[in-house]
Design a protein around this ligand. Structure first.
Ligand SMILES: Cc1cc2nc3c(=O)[nH]c(=O)nc-3n(C[C@H](O)[C@H](O)[C@H](O)COP(=O)(O)O)c2cc1C
Ligand code: SF4
Ligand code: SF4
Length: 246
């Protein structure tokens, strides 16, 4: 059983690819009504994005609650660049036999423009190869730690991550501009249920996961985050996948 959380599709795609390659099933943890029955699982895997060199809170909460049977376990974090101590921190919540990071297109458009088209396509191609390699290692149930931690992982995963969770997860800077057509997609798809429609326009509550699904997937590109995102391209993996993988 492979459990995933994903804002803009990278981790969902990686989880589904791994499930296909290891003859398993992938489950979106935001669709689970209760803790899953994992009694007959032959392996337990987790796939999720890196947020400020750490584990997204929603995935950390899920891992803490999930029972820990004696089966093969692995985790994959997807990241735009480097993962810091994310997987070591996750292993303290849920012991992992194998840990990986997988470089994928960067969706953090609050910080900078997303990768350009060539970079996006190159990263997805390289990720496909890495997923094939991972799947072979998972079949053999090898103990692997292949995580690109990057520079100063301790500082990033402790100090910066603390600041991110304390101060940066504020949804208040989100707003919808004039091009919003009131379709409600952002509200319906928000995994934190942080968005409601008022008078046909979305409004955001205080705290959210910062998954950036709303801003990246709005069909009208109407959503902004303060002044940071005006004129910036949006990113979601769907545009880069063949139909059968979307
Ligand atoms: C709030 C936030 C923080 C992020 N922090 C990092 C980071 O610390 N290091 C990194 O390499 N990528 C970072 N990223 C990029 C994502 O981890 C990366 O694009 C990931 O593959 C997105 O996965 P998803 O499409 O499944 O949501 C961040 C993205 C977001 C939205
Ligand atoms: S998805 Fe975009 S267009 Fe639709 S309601 Fe939300 S902001 Fe408006
Ligand atoms: S408000 Fe937007 S960024 Fe925050 S959790 Fe919902 S979809 Fe993700």
């Amino acid at each position: 059983m492979i459990f995933y959380f994903s804002g803009t599709g990278n981790s969902a795609w990686a989880a589904r690819q791994l499930a296909r390659l290891t003859d398993d099933e992938a489950y979106d943890i935001t669709n689970l009504k209760e803790l899953p029955d994992i009694e007959n699982a032959k392996q337990i895997g987790f796939v999720f994005p890196v947020y400020a060199w750490g584990v997204p809170e929603i995935m950390a909460d899920f891992a803490k609650k999930l029972p820990k049977p004696q089966v093969f376990t692995f985790g994959v974090c997807t990241c735009g660049g480097d993962a810091g101590l994310t997987m070591k921190q996750f292993s303290k919540l849920y012991p992992l036999r194998s840990s990986y990071s997988l470089r994928m297109p960067n969706n953090y458009i609050i910080g900078s423009d997303p990768d350009n088209e060539d970079e996006i396509l190159q990263k997805i191609t390289a990720a496909r190869e890495e997923l094939e390699r991972m799947a072979q290692e998972l079949h053999r149930q090898e103990r692997i730690y292949r995580v690109h931690e990057g520079a100063l992982p301790g500082v990033k995963s402790r100090l910066v991550n603390f600041g991110f969770n304390k101060f940066a997860r504020n949804a208040k800077p989100f707003f919808a501009g004039d091009s919003c057509n009131g379709c409600g997609q952002c509200a319906g798809n928000c995994p934190a249920h942080a968005i409601t429609l008022r008078d046909g326009k979305p409004v955001w509550a205080g705290q959210c996961f910062q998954c950036l699904r709303c801003i990246n997937e709005c069909p009208c590109q109407a959503i902004q985050y303060g002044k940071a995102t005006a004129g910036r391209r949006r990113y979601t993996i769907r545009a880069y996948l063949p139909r059968g993988e979307q």
